[in-house]
Write a protein that binds this ligand. Structure first.
Ligand SMILES: Cc1ncc(COP(=O)(O)O)c(C=O)c1O
Length: 336
């Protein structure tokens, strides 16, 4: 394929099937980390900007403002470069530092929210407030507001079209992470429209409030809704069969395990969906072709999830989880 713009590299991401021994299931990873900004969010960022330009809420040469933990910001930074827009990203210290460096490298202006926050505390409320304020105050500026923006879920139409073409034998289940709920809603609604029998499982971090459990701080980045924040208006609970929680330890140990077992670097939220997918499969609750997206890559978390010292300091290393994963996905014995 001959590309004249980077946005033409968005989508057409490969799928990687992993047979799960002692079960009738195959776990199919859709490698969204292969998008040019390194995450599935490139899809929705392009969709939100193009829609705003089309319906006139954003003028050519205008400014986009967004509160982001990083991946949406990277997608918006790409779109801004190509479409000649200014982009201001409002971030907090919870975001992975490399995601912020990437946005800067792509020409984004970075605004940190002020205030003292614990390192496992997401300052989403303050981020949203500052982004809305900047969007209202600056001339020709628009706050993208991904949590409430219908173009967020719409951005995943291509994901589902690709998946249905890549898996012509059919899909039995989809297990996805949920933050704003944009990806889960955009994907699950369309999958159910294609085949109402497809089971959809949404995974949030333990400590997130999306499925009604009490809130507490968590380390998983980009996913979940922390206490004090509002669940995204884009989230359609009606297309989700079951909402479940995964701990930081389960999510991060799984990302580390997948790297060592398959040579594939996945991010923490993906570790969480893979853990829950395997747990459901082992319990006989999911069968057949079970899809989960690799929302982003482990390259973005080398200083945290993949750093032994960082993990140990926060008491997140747990050999019993690694042993459980090894039982679910036994590896080839190494020659002595
Ligand atoms: C790595 C990662 N996982 C999961 C999510 C949650 O996705 P959504 O906002 O579509 O629910 C995000 C969102 O930023 C993310 O960056």
């Amino acid at each position: 394929m001959l590309c004249t713009t980077v946005s033409q590299l968005i989508g057409q991401t490969p799928v990687m099937p992993i047979a799960v021994p002692n079960s009738d299931a195959t776990l199919v990873l859709k490698l969204e980390k292969n998008n040019p900004g390194g995450s599935m969010k490139d899809r929705m960022a392009r969709s939100m900007v193009l829609t705003a330009l089309q319906d006139g809420r954003l003028q050519p040469g205008g400014t986009i403002v967004e509160s982001s933990s990083g991946n949406t910001g990277i997608g918006l930074a790409l779109a801004a470069v190509e479409l000649g827009l200014r982009f201001i990203a409002v971030v907090d210290h919870h975001a992975a530092p490399d995601k912020i460096r990437t946005m800067r490298a792509l020409g984004a202006e970075i605004r940190y929210v002020e205030g003292d926050f614990r390192e496992d505390e997401v300052a989403v409320v303050e981020r949203q407030r500052l982004a809305a304020q900047l969007g209202a105050q600056l001339p020709d500026a628009l706050f993208m507001n991904q949590s409430d923006n219908p173009a967020n879920p719409e951005g995943y139409a291509g994901f589902v079209d690709e998946l249905l073409a890549q898996l012509p034998e059919g899909i039995d289940a989809f297990v996805g992470c949920v933050g704003t709920g944009g990806s889960m809603t955009g994907i699950a609604q369309r999958l159910k429209r294609a085949n109402a029998a497809i089971r959809t499982i949404a995974v949030e971090p333990a400590g997130s409030i999306i499925f009604g459990k009490p809130g507490h701080p968590y380390y998983q980045s980009g996913t979940g809704t922390p206490a004090g924040d509002e669940v995204g208006k884009v989230l359609d609970y009606g297309c989700i069969d079951e909402g479940v929680q995964v701990t930081d330890g389960q999510a991060f140990e799984t990302a580390r395990f997948i790297a060592r077992r398959y040579g594939l670097l996945v991010g923490g939220s993906t570790g969480g969906t893979i853990y829950k997918a395997l747990e459901f499969i082992a319990a006989g609750k999911l069968h057949g072709t079970v899809v989960t997206p690799v929302a982003d890559g482990g390259e973005k978390y080398l200083g945290s999830v993949f750093d032994d010292e960082w993990m140990a300091k926060r008491d997140l290393l747990d050999p019993t989880i690694a042993a459980q994963l090894d039982a679910w996905l036994p590896g080839r014995a190494r020659a002595a």
